[in-house]
Design a protein around this ligand. Structure first.
Ligand code: HEM
Length: 144
């Protein structure tokens, strides 16, 4: 009997670990709230607001779809727009390291408003810094 019981509990542990961050933060409804909070901050941020010149509702919609798959949920962005190629899609926009830090600051503030545990907030935020820095495609004015 003992091995069977152990096997059962091992399986449960594995299932817990395999749940995506998308599911653990509460799925699409949490992402929708996050995107609203985030762009309210971005569109009023003095450092980066000038970069966002197209339809703000379209930008939010794309981010809702993208974050779904970025966090392990449905491949919603790719289903509509194809391969994300995020760095290439950001190339038309001159993004400096200072811009990336401002973007991350907005994301951190938006995450702080979510009704999830502090551990989940930390885990969620940790997904963004390397990707945001990867989008940097322009030297800061002092470097050029
Ligand atoms: C590093 C700082 C970043 C800046 C300054 C920035 C800025 C921008 C800008 C200017 C656009 C185009 C908006 C428009 O159409 O007018 C855009 C699009 C987008 N960004 Fe970022 N971005 C950054 C990082 C990120 C990161 C880290 C992610 C994802 C984790 C992301 C996801 C997206 C998505 C999904 C789109 C829509 C792409 C499309 O289909 O056209 N961005 N971003």
């Amino acid at each position: 009997m003992v091995p069977v019981v152990l096997f059962h509990s091992d399986t449960l542990d594995v299932n817990m670990e395999e749940q995506s961050l998308y599911v653990r933060i509460g799925g699409q409804s949490t992402i929708d709230v996050l995107v609203e909070q985030f762009y309210e901050l971005v569109f009023s941020n003095e450092q980066i607001q000038h970069l966002f010149n197209t339809d703000k509702e379209v930008i939010k919609s794309k981010q809702r779809l993208f974050l779904s798959q970025f966090l392990g949920g449905p491949m919603a962005y790719s289903d509509v727009y194809g391969h994300p190629r995020m760095r290439a899609r950001h190339m038309p926009h001159p993004i400096t390291e200072t811009d990336a830090i401002a973007w991350l600051h907005c994301m951190s503030q938006a995450i702080a408003t979510l009704p999830i545990s502090e551990e989940l907030k930390d885990e969620l935020f940790s997904r963004f810094p390397s990707t945001a820095l990867f989008m940097v495609n322009t030297p800061s004015p002092s470097e050029s």
